[in-house]
Design a protein around this ligand. Structure first.
Ligand SMILES: [Zn+2]
Length: 201
């Protein structure tokens, strides 16, 4: 099933969202803000490179064949739904998907240690798949389970945990074909095994 609420809602010309702000000292979100503004007055910070906006009205509900639900930018909802239903059919178990989730969790720190830029989940243009089996790791220039430090989610155990995303899997290939890169192949110290987005980060 596929529901697109966005077109009718956008005609209302009102953009609503609430977001959390990640604090690097506390290592968690300490603040949450509610915003309601005119669509015509959107701050450039509220729109990503691909034209997805942070507004709830820009998000579509995706319901997979096994009942798992999430929200994503209306531009990508159908693509995500098709690919995920296809890999489900081919035997990859999907227990949880996190799409739209507005949060300031990037960019420079302000004087109180708060992050100042929105993540790509804030626009519904990224998805996390089975986070409990595909963690985000730091200290990880190349993958090594003893050196890489688990920051978020559960351990990545491809070949042992069926919910872990394997390198060269159908899921990664199909997402790449659709223009979405896997965070497990990020250059640099972080490996985000649950994450897919246009840039992979
Ligand atoms: Zn993510």
């Amino acid at each position: 099933m596929f529901i697109n609420l966005s077109v009718a809602a956008r005609e209302l010309k009102r953009c609503n969202f609430n977001y959390s702000i990640y604090n690097s000292y506390a290592k968690k979100s300490l603040e949450r803000k509610n915003i309601s503004i005119d669509y015509d007055n959107l701050n450039p910070l509220y729109i990503d490179k691909n034209g997805c906006r942070i507004c709830e009205e820009d998000q579509s509900y995706v319901i997979l064949e096994n009942g798992v639900q999430f929200r994503a930018c209306y531009k990508y909802a159908k693509t995500f739904q098709t690919i995920l239903n296809n890999v489900l059919k081919k035997g990859f178990p999907i227990a949880e998907v996190i799409g739209y989730r507005p949060q300031m969790s990037r960019g420079k720190l302000d004087s109180r240690g708060n992050r100042t830029e929105f993540s790509n989940h804030s626009f519904g243009s990224a998805i996390d798949i089975n986070p409990k089996s595909n963690g985000l790791y730091g200290q990880c220039l190349s993958w090594n389970k003893d050196n890489c430090r688990l920051i978020l989610g559960g351990p990545w155990r491809p070949g042992h945990d069926p919910h872990s995303i394997k390198r060269n899997s159908l899921l990664i290939k199909e997402m790449k074909k659709a223009g979405f890169l896997w965070g497990g192949k990020l250059a640099g110290k972080q490996k985000d095994f649950m994450h897919f987005s246009k840039e992979g980060n």
